[in-house]
Design a protein. Structure first.
Length: 277
């Protein structure tokens, strides 16, 4: 018999604060970088009329690097918190239905999540969401410009790793101790969408977050949604970097065909993954 605690403010806070802590880690890393830039500006002739312009310009050039550093600093912290939660649940006798983790499971997860990412991008492109979000273009420019290896490391590997630890490993799992699976999946996915800070990425994150949370519930292994998240981000990043998304969206027949095919591939992978347990 599954045991759940009552929903309390302290329980909700316990799920949400890791997300806020990660945000503080990002802001703290940016602040430290700003201080370093200010000190270097005082020691040298920057050629800028004021220090603020110099700091903002330099920070904009290295935004992805700053985010990558914050990810690397955050992963050990949230991995430790997740490990503590797992041990605490085991001591409390929480009944987790584990299943063997195989290469096939991870492969179907990766393919399914990549297909889901392409499908969701296609659906969102049909909606006028970008018109309602001034920050979306700035975020996109940051994610899809600069050194490709830094972007791959941040967007496709370390970013998904820390986000899965925070969102599914901590937030979802802590909500799950108080809620039924569907409620925890919905609320954690909503938080994941809000975390992204703009309506375009928020809607996308909510949609893919539903599947990531389901993967966590289905497998009870953080590695599964983590691999799926990495595959989805890497796939979209490579498509964007190769200008393939522009090619796809530039032709209505091609766009509709690829969007429908990606949706079908996702549903097939979902069925296969569901039957693996």
């Amino acid at each position: 018999m599954e045991r759940r605690r009552k929903v309390t403010l302290s329980g909700i806070w316990g799920g949400i604060y890791p997300m806020l802590l990660y945000t503080c880690m990002q802001l703290g890393t940016s602040a430290v970088y700003g201080i370093v830039l200010a000190v270097s500006a005082l020691r040298a002739d920057t050629g800028y009329a004021d220090m603020e312009s110099y700091i903002l310009d330099r920070a904009a050039e290295h935004t992805m690097t700053i985010l990558l550093v914050s990810m690397l600093l955050s992963i050990p912290i949230f991995a430790w918190l997740y490990s503590c939660d797992v041990q605490k649940k085991k001591r409390a006798g929480w009944n987790e239905d584990w299943f063997p983790l195989t290469e096939g499971m991870l492969l179907w997860t990766a393919v399914g999540c990549a297909a889901l990412a392409l499908f969701c991008n296609g659906v969102i492109s049909l909606l006028p969401l970008a018109q309602w979000s001034d920050s979306y273009e700035e975020v996109s420019e940051t994610l899809y410009s600069g050194n490709i290896w830094i972007r791959i490391a941040g967007v496709a590997f370390f970013g998904p790793a820390v986000e899965e630890l925070v969102m599914r490993g901590l937030l979802y799992q802590r909500f799950r101790t108080m809620m039924r699976p569907m409620a925890a999946i919905l609320w954690s996915s909503l938080a994941f969408g809000i975390f992204h800070g703009n309506i375009v990425q928020g809607v996308y994150a909510f949609l893919v977050g539903l599947f990531f949370a389901w993967l966590m519930e289905h497998s009870q292994r953080i590695l599964v949604p983590m691999v799926g998240h990495m595959a989805a981000n890497l796939f979209v990043l490579l498509l964007e970097d190769g200008n393939l998304l522009e090619v796809i969206y530039g032709s209505v027949p091609m766009f509709l065909t690829i969007t429908m095919v990606s949706g079908i591939v996702f549903l097939c992978c979902f069925r296969i993954i569901k039957e693996l347990k």
